[in-house]
Design a protein around this ligand. Structure first.
Ligand SMILES: [Zn+2]
Length: 93
């Protein structure tokens, strides 16, 4: 069983991370961003590989998709301002 939201959040994290070179991005900060986002998004569970692809496409055309980006950006902003790893806080946007 796979949570497609988890897959998409991880992929989008990598995409956004590339846009914020000042963001720490260590394991702690990455984990904090992913947890922040996943706690605010609905999980989408699928049982087969084919289902995974279909649900991911639905997710991509859905409002959930826009919500995901907004929430991920918010997570980057919050974690960037107060990294728990001890890195210097950064204002990303
Ligand atoms: Zn960090």
């Amino acid at each position: 069983m796979t949570n497609v939201t988890w897959e998409v959040v991880q992929r989008d994290y990598e995409k956004l991370r590339a846009q914020f070179p000042r963001f720490c991005g260590c394991d702690t900060c990455r984990g904090d961003v992913l947890v922040f986002a996943l706690n605010r998004l609905s999980p989408h569970y699928v049982s087969t590989r084919q289902g995974e692809v279909l649900t991911e496409l639905n997710l991509a055309s859905d409002q959930e998709r826009a919500k995901l980006d907004v929430i991920l950006l918010e997570a980057f902003r919050k974690v960037g301002l107060a990294p728990r790893c001890g890195a210097k806080p950064v204002q990303l946007m």
